[in-house]
Write a protein that binds this ligand. Sequence first.
Ligand SMILES: [Zn+2]
Length: 304
Amino acid sequence: MTERQKTIKQATSVSGTGLHTGQFGSITFNPAPENHGIKFRRIDVTGQPVIDAVVDNVISTDRGTTLGVNGTQIFTIEHVLAALTGLGIDNVLIDMDMDEMPIMDGSSRFFIEALEKAGIQVQDAEKKILVIEEKVTFEIPDKKIKVTIEPAEKLSFSVEIDYETKVLGKQFAALSDISNFKNEIAPCRTFVFLHELEYLLNNNLVKGGDISNAIVFVNKVIEQEELDRLAKLFNKPSVEVKTKGILNNIDLHFENEPARHKLLDLIGDLTLLGINLRGHVKAQRPGHFTNTQFAKLIHQKYLS
Ligand SMILES: [Zn+2]
């Protein structure tokens, strides 16, 4: 049976704060015609420039994937793109009134909810599918980074992370069928290590980063004085280190939530290929740089 392209039945919006700018804004998903693909439109910028969600438009992979065309930038697109791929949506125009996606709880959950509420519309045109016939590998041996895609009946993923710390060592996550994305992967939130977060906060690099939208791993002994200082930085009455070296009041949705989040990011970044993959993706220590380089390799081999 041929698979058909999909869009949404009606427009739907999500509002929230951006992680990097701390700005409050909204994104609106609009239905789009067949073969339109996924595009972003900055309605807050003169001329309302439209930027295609394609890997050629990636200009940075520092703390998130950033697209840019002619000086107009769009930050932190990966969790939104993952939600679209997770629901099999091919065509949508995303209007935005700020330069990044709202971070929400650091997962894809809120985007999934909004899109499902709008309803999925099946279109007439056939889905564009890239069937992987020969293995593609991207690796950085020094950093033990390796991502491959190999032939398989359907799209599936397995991910291994290893931060070589006591609180977050080796972890695995897998997704055997993209239809399980919503329940198994979408709710999984982003995470940081405390030392990274302190650096980001002290240097004003994270502004919307309320402590509730990231799992914070504490990989050092931490004194009360430091906790008080952090509470102040986070604008909370108090913070504490919970069991397993996790800061504050977050309960993990899954034991391996960090690895699952890396899988979520990988799905989001591979959405920039603009085509539905059919193959098994296996990633060791993935990240936005690795994911987008890998997407470029697949593009080179199969799509250009
Ligand atoms: Zn992420």
